[in-house]
Ligand binder design. Structure first.
Ligand code: ZN
Ligand code: ZN
Ligand code: FE
Length: 762
């Protein structure tokens, strides 16, 4: 394999390239290292295990005066290097100022903040050239203090001396500050009246949390709501007020050791937790449900074998957890799906009633940046929510193209702008379902275009006629390039893996508008960067209640049963989803399906997961998006079987058009197994294994060597690992996501790249 790494930070002029050379040649790896105005780029090629070891060693053994502010890596196909070389520095034609993401507090700054002898003792806004806020404070380029939200703070003499001293760690550190000249904390009550200031404020906030209260804490890219994660009552109260019934809440642990008390942490996961990006990492919990030995309240992540864990990433968080020394909930400060709150006055209004106290400060947040979420899948990082620490770093594509603005999908929205070979993807925005979310969407577009002085030649959007984002594109007055949702998934994964195609794109998710007017979601597309054809799809069924079916897996189950058995389906009262409807509602659904009213035809793989989860009795109504499918995946943990349900691949009507993957035999087997009371874990494993076999069957029929896996379904680790393994065993080359989410957060990248090609005259 080939591993590409982009290192940004204090890595120039500190012996970094010779260091990389030694690391690589010492392991017998071929490739090169190169210095450019965008950072140090490395490519190494060799055995997988050696590459992983190389990656971990870069951070562990880096030269003493170097510092890594961001390290992005991707695994790619080998290029066939024969030796390792230090390449000449590239002076690229395009001189591009990159905006760095926010960088987690470095070890030196952390030590200073906790050292009573240091002049920055207890200063929550400590930072240096190597760490601290960037994207969340920059108002415009170039990145100089007057262009940041630190503009209003004049540096004191001591700070200025550091700032101008080339030998100091704070030489040209734009947000440099100390207790004398920097931002200050205040503690407010629920009405916004000041209760305390400076360190007293932090102590009082900590005391409130210790007593079981909720503190709204103004952090880096927005507010967190903080409660004691061990206190079930406090967590329940927060859930009620935030209107978030069961969706797992993110945890901040005081240390890596504390994380290890609760979770299994591999070397790569430990690296990720402590990285400059410092995302929330999804980690497998120790022990088994109900996790009796755990300190974490069950309400934090009900019925979930994973926890979302992060470490403190600003001095403020370090100081807070140093007081508390127990894990806290640190969930975004918002009501259900609205954008995260960034302004303290607004917070008092919007989060009023949720928080007992507000720990605020006077450094404005230039733009909202949520915490990122990542997991390790097959020894690689997989980002599932891309925001703090990652945005707005670009994905580089192979060819120059016109400047495009991509407005993204409707759910889990991000937007993207392309400039030359770079595609800048915005931070996670969210579902464009509410007024405030749509407002945030427009702001992020203006912001991204403003900061990069982006002159769009065209706008890319979804083919759905009614999406607000698509209407926005129409109203822009620019040429509009429409990109089909599942094709955008495939292109985003191709772009990330530097593929040109043709590939077989397996694009599985919940919902996307198909050009034939049906709802797509279980698609196999033969694709290049220029076009696609639909090679195969899952057998279709009707979704009674359309949007309501997304929240109610029992509806998907009835749709599937109706497709399979006709009206007989409604009498099957031995089945959980049938029983789950009040009789009146069942009649309504029967009417909808019988007449084909308000029940769109779909090939959605996500809804098939829902149907099986409902039939297995796991979940009839979702408390949050994707819950049933998640529970189905969790059910097979620790089940070890290669048994699988059968699934038929057949020709379409008249032997023309796409192949049809018929799940009929599979669903009959599910019904049989459920009725016989087989363990849910086994049903789930056989279902997953059947789908893996189905991917393989289509791959064989289509015959493309490169197979790209994208769409929200491929957040499912068992499905992704199974498909990758099976495809490899048969000589295919599978690709999946790394730095860009497989879910709809990656759509804007796919839209941008497809539009760049379409308009680039290729
Ligand atoms: Zn630092
Ligand atoms: Zn100062
Ligand atoms: Fe999607």
């Amino acid at each position: 394999m080939r591993l590409r790494i982009a290192v940004r930070g204090a890595v120039q002029g500190v012996g970094f390239r010779p260091f990389v050379y030694r690391l690589a040649t010492g392991r017998g790896l071929a490739g090169w290292v190169l210095n450019s105005n965008q950072g140090v780029f490395i490519e190494v090629e060799g055995e997988r295990g050696l590459l992983e070891d190389f990656l971990l060693s870069i951070e562990r053994e880096r030269p003493p005066r170097s510092f890594i502010q961001s390290l992005e890596c991707s695994y790619l196909d080998p290029a066939g290097y024969s030796s390792f070389e230090i390449r000449e520095s590239a002076s690229e034609g395009e001189k591009l100022s990159l905006i760095l993401p926010d960088i987690a507090t470095c070890e030196e700054c952390r030590r200073e903040v906790l050292d009573p002898a240091d002049r920055r003792y207890l200063h929550p806004f400590t930072n240096c050239t190597n760490c601290g806020p960037r994207f969340s404070i920059i108002r415009s380029l170039p990145y100089d203090r007057p262009n940041t939200t630190m503009a209003g703070f004049a540096m004191c003499g001591a700070c200025q001396a550091e700032y101008h001293d080339p030998s100091d760690r704070r030489f040209h550190a734009q947000p440099n500050a100390c207790p004398d000249c920097g931002p200050q904390l205040e503690l407010w009550d629920a009405s916004g009246a000041r209760l305390a200031s400076r360190h007293e404020a932090l102590l009082a906030a900590a005391e409130a949390v210790r007593r079981g209260q909720t503190a709204a804490v103004k952090g880096l890219g927005g507010f967190h709501l903080v409660v004691d994660a061990r206190n079930g009552q406090a967590v329940r109260r927060l859930r009620g007020l935030k209107r978030r019934e069961e969706k797992p809440l993110a945890l901040m642990f005081p240390s890596l050791e504390a994380v290890r008390e609760e979770c299994l942490v591999s070397d790569l996961e430990a690296r990720l937790l402590g990285s400059p990006e410092s995302p929330i990492v999804l980690l497998r919990r120790k022990g088994r449900p109900p996790f009796a030995g755990s300190e974490i309240a069950p309400e934090v992540a009900p019925d979930n074998p994973y926890l979302g864990a992060m470490l403190p990433y600003t001095p403020l968080h370090h100081l807070l957890v140093a007081q508390l020394r127990f894990p806290i909930i640190a969930t975004s400060g918002n009501v259900s799906d609205e954008p995260i709150c960034t302004d303290e006055r607004e917070a008092v209004v919007r989060l009023g009633g949720m928080a007992d106290v507000f720990l605020v400060h006077d450094r404005p947040i230039a733009r909202h940046v949520d915490d990122s979420v990542a997991r390790v899948l097959m020894g690689r990082e997989l980002v599932v929510r891309r925001a703090r620490g990652y945005a707005p770093l670009p994905v580089r594509v192979r060819e120059d193209g016109p400047a495009v603005l991509a407005v993204g999908p409707h759910l889990k929205n991000t937007v993207a702008v392309s400039k030359g070979r770079n595609v800048f993807i915005s931070q996670h925005i969210g579902d464009l379902e509410t007024g405030p979310a749509f407002e945030a969407f427009r702001q992020v577009i203006d912001d991204l275009r403003g900061i990069y002085e982006h002159d769009a030649a065209a706008v890319a959007c979804d083919v759905h006629p009614d999406y607000l984002s698509s209407r926005c594109a129409e109203q822009s007055g620019l040429p509009v390039q429409r990109v089909q949702h599942h094709y955008a998934h495939v292109v985003s994964c191709m772009a990330e893996n530097e593929l040109e195609g043709p590939v077989l794109g397996v694009s599985w998710d919940g919902t996307g508008y198909g050009p034939d007017g049906t709802v797509w979601g279980g698609e196999f597309l033969r694709a290049t960067l220029d076009s696609f054809t639909r090679a195969a799809h899952l057998r279709t069924f009707r979704l009674p209640g359309a949007h309501a079916a997304v929240k109610e897996p029992r509806r998907a189950a009835l749709g599937v049963l109706y497709e399979l058995l006709g009206s007989e389906a409604f009498g099957l009262e031995d089945l959980a989803p049938v029983r789950a409807f009040p009789p009146g509602e069942l009649r309504v659904i029967r009417g909808m399906l019988g007449r084909g009213v308000n029940s769109p035809v779909t090939s959605s793989a996500g809804r098939l997961f829902d149907a099986v989860a409902a039939l297995a009795g796991l979940r009839q109504v979702n408390a949050f998006e994707g819950q049933a499918a998640m529970m189905l995946e969790f059910a097979l943990q620790d089940v070890d079987t290669e048994e699988r349900y059968p699934i038929d691949l057949r020709r379409g009507p008249g032997d023309a058009g796409p192949l049809i993957l018929d799940w009929g035999p599979m669903m009959r087997a599910v019904l049989d197994n459920v009725r016989r009371g087989e363990p849910t874990g086994l049903v789930s494993a056989r279902f997953h294994n059947g789908l893996v076999e189905a991917v393989l069957a289509v791959a064989r029929a289509v015959g493309e060597e490169q197979v790209v896996l994208s769409g929200g379904c491929f957040q499912n680790a068992y499905l992704t690992e199974g498909a990758v393994g099976a495809l490899r065993r048969e000589g295919f080359r599978p690709y999946w996501h790394q730095r860009v989410p497989p879910n709809d957060g990656g759509i804007s990248l796919g839209q941008a790249v497809a539009a760049m090609r379409a308009l680039g005259g290729k």
